[in-house]
Design a protein around this ligand. Structure first.
Ligand SMILES: Nc1ncnc2c1ncn2[C@@H]1O[C@H](COP(=O)(O)OP(=O)(O)OP(=O)(O)O)[C@@H](O)[C@H]1O
Length: 249
């Protein structure tokens, strides 16, 4: 089997006496959407924060493309291809859609002196930004101010900004939050096509979206993964139904 794109091994993080993640081991493989579900307080955000480098685990490892990145900064992980979307919304509301995508592409160029790049370089960045907008169906809105976009279009733009970084893996924390059913459906379609570009580790409460998108689901309860499997396997798992889906076994 090919090496996973992203992997956690035995991640432990305690807050005082509380073990928010208690030995979480999971992997994200090429081409897949792997959803992490679980009740409130199960440790999903704490897990995501350890993967992207916002908090350091007490024990365990985060591996990206076969490298141990546990001690790397969030920036270094991002440069290595880990794209985090949605909980940190960093769109510039008064700027246009294209300007926002360009900022992402500038970030991808990586140099602290990137603003001194010659015009030729800028042309390349513009092409990269436009390609990402096109991919997300936003090319026609390139000159539109972000403030006038719908909530759902902003989410699509966030994905486009992430795409300019040529990510190797996406981390998405509740992308459907706050979207109506129409917006959720539209974003579900977008994410569906995205897995071919880079696999997605998806934390999501919207079970319709999870069941529509996930190749695999891991269920986190009290900081531990109690099951990993396909949608059908997870729906049929009595322990999961009892612990999370709120059904009697
Ligand atoms: N900085 C912190 N200090 C103390 N306790 C924390 C901290 N962050 C999280 N916790 C606790 O760790 C546990 C896991 O929280 P976490 O936010 O990771 O859960 P979650 O699954 O993301 O929940 P939700 O679905 O509500 O977002 C909770 O009991 C929470 O109160």
């Amino acid at each position: 089997m090919t090496e996973p794109v992203l992997e956690t091994r035995g991640l432990v993080k305690s807050f005082g006496a509380l073990r928010a993640t208690d030995g979480v081991t999971l992997d994200l493989r090429r081409g897949e959407i792997h959803a992490v579900i679980g009740p409130n307080g199960a440790g999903k955000s704490t897990l995501i924060k350890q993967i992207c480098g916002n908090i350091a685990p007490d024990a365990g490892q985060v591996r990206l493309l076969g490298r141990d990145v546990t001690q790397w900064s969030t920036m270094a992980r991002a440069r290595a291809g880990l794209a985090r979307s949605f909980q940190i919304s960093a769109l510039a509301m008064e700027d246009t859609v294209l300007q926002n995508a360009l900022l992402g592409a500038l970030g991808a160029s990586g140099s602290p002196y990137r603003f001194l790049r010659p015009a030729l370089g800028r042309r390349h960045l513009r092409d990269r930004a436009m390609a990402a907008l096109d991919r997300m169906g936003l090319a026609d809105l390139a000159a539109t101010r972000v403030a006038t976009l719908s909530h759902g279009q902003r989410r699509q733009l966030e994905v486009a900004v992430a795409l300019t970084l040529a990510p190797r893996a996406f981390l998405m924390d509740e992308p459907m939050a706050g979207l109506g059913s129409e917006g959720s459906l539209a974003l579900t379609r977008v994410l569906d096509g995205l897995r071919a570009e880079a696999p997605i580790l998806l934390v999501e409460h919207d079970m319709d979206a999870v069941f529509a998108l996930a190749d695999r689901i891991s269920v986190l309860v009290y900081g531990r993964i109690i099951a990993t499997g396909t949608v059908a396997e997870i729906r049929a798992n009595p322990e999961v139904r009892e612990a999370y889906l709120g059904e009697a076994p």
